[in-house]
Write a protein that binds this ligand. Structure first.
Ligand SMILES: [Mg+2]
Length: 223
């Protein structure tokens, strides 16, 4: 239960680091970044619905495609923008914006004597990315699904992280932004899940703890 948490695990993408909304607006020819942020919110909601229906999905295609569609762009224009995004990804990471809440939140948790690490579905480069974003030093380890050969929501990756910490899953919390991946996966491993919902995509959420700002974590977890 929440009062016994010794260790807090974090998701990386859209939790510690953000997708670059300004970049997505730029390649889409949209001058108002709030249009992309709103499209992202809707896209995340639909992405989670697909994941909860247990469909095998191409995450990038569904997520980026959903943002473009929900920004009001379809047809050939959407195909061209998607190609621009994929092309850019070959050159630089588009998940590269440091969440400004991340360092103060993690430092506050550590100052309470708690331990912290990362569990991420990624491509083998998440440690490098978190280092580039100035956050890697905050964590005892950064677990990357590509390197582990197993990905969230499989409970094994969460259990493996707990074993690596030498702690019981019951004494761990996990925070991430996609319910079907982060909340369900960590819950199935026996951890306390927290949904990070900065865009308010799930305003009536009741299936786990929920925060809209990472700095609320010590309070909601009763650390
Ligand atoms: Mg995420």
């Amino acid at each position: 239960m929440a009062g016994d948490i010794s260790t807090v695990f974090f998701d990386a993408g859209n939790t510690l680091i953000w997708i670059d909304h300004e970049f997505l607006a730029g390649v889409s020819g949209i001058a108002d970044v709030s249009v992309i942020k709103n499209a992202d919110k809707i896209s995340r909601f639909h992405l989670n619905e697909l994941l909860e229906s247990k469909k095998q999905i191409d995450f990038g295609k569904e997520y980026y495609g959903g943002i473009i569609h929900n920004a009001g762009i379809d047809g050939d224009d959407a195909i061209e923008i998607f190609a621009r995004i994929k092309n850019a990804e070959k050159i630089f990471p588009i998940w590269r914006k440091t969440n400004l809440q991340a360092r103060p939140a993690v430092q506050a948790i550590k100052s309470l004597g708690k331990r912290t690490a990362v569990i991420s579905n990624s491509d083998g480069k998440v440690a490098e990315l978190l280092n580039a974003c100035g956050l890697a030093d905050l964590f005892e380890f950064i677990m990357d699904s590509h390197i582990e050969g197993i990905e969230k929501p499989n409970s094994e990756i969460f259990l493996r992280a707990a074993r690596r910490m030498n702690v019981s899953p019951e004494n761990c919390a996990y925070i991430g932004d996609i319910p079907a991946i982060d909340v369900e996966g960590s819950k199935s491993a026996g951890m306390t899940p927290v949904l990070y919902d900065p865009l308010d995509a799930w305003p009536n959420w009741s299936r786990s703890l929920r925060v809209r700002n990472l700095c609320e974590l010590p309070k909601v977890l009763e650390l």
